[in-house]
Design a protein. Structure first.
Length: 174
């Protein structure tokens, strides 16, 4: 059987002008040959036309490099980028002004990207690759928060801004 298959593959590789013959050998196996066997009944095999595969030309190379001061575009945008774990329609009660902000991001943060929290439009703390950001001793009152995705310290995407009011209990001396 293996010989028949190998022979068939060999015959299929021959030029289209060659004729292929099918017959049954002395052991009862189906065999193929480019020559009709002597003394054995053989039939010609009609093969379909060969397939043609057209190769696509490679895409053209970029003609001009991007300026150094502009961030490179990200390979894939984040479909979800938003702050979580913040109260909706009520003040955030944080007696010492400290709380944690979650970041929902999908797909996962890509290598080379970091998250930067913005408080009142200014970067807060150090960029991180962890989707939980600690805010420490934020003054009471109204604040705006957002998160940016950074690549090489350049913003490539920013969440919507969330406005919240921080309530702190003022403890005075008696």
């Amino acid at each position: 059987m293996r010989q028949s298959l190998a022979l068939l593959l060999l015959m299929l590789a021959l030029p289209a002008v060659a004729q292929i013959y099918k017959y049954t050998d002395a052991n009862g196996n189906t065999a193929y040959s480019s020559q009709p066997p002597d003394g054995t009944k053989a039939e010609t095999v009609e093969l379909p036309p060969l397939n043609n595969v057209n190769t696509a030309a490679p895409p053209p190379a970029p003609t001009a490099p991007q300026p150094q001061n502009q961030p490179q575009p990200s390979a894939a945008a984040y479909q979800v980028l938003e702050l979580t774990d913040l109260p909706q329609d009520e003040a955030l009660r944080a007696n010492n002004g400290s709380f944690t902000v979650g970041v929902a991001i999908q797909p996962r943060l890509q290598p080379g990207h970091t998250l930067q929290l913005l408080v009142d439009g200014e970067p807060y703390g150090q960029p991180t690759n962890v989707p939980r950001i600690q805010v420490m001793q934020l003054d009471r009152g109204e604040h705006s928060l957002a998160v940016q995705v950074l690549q090489d310290q350049q913003s490539i995407q920013q969440s919507q801004t969330v406005t919240l009011t921080v309530q702190r209990v003022h403890v005075g001396k008696p």
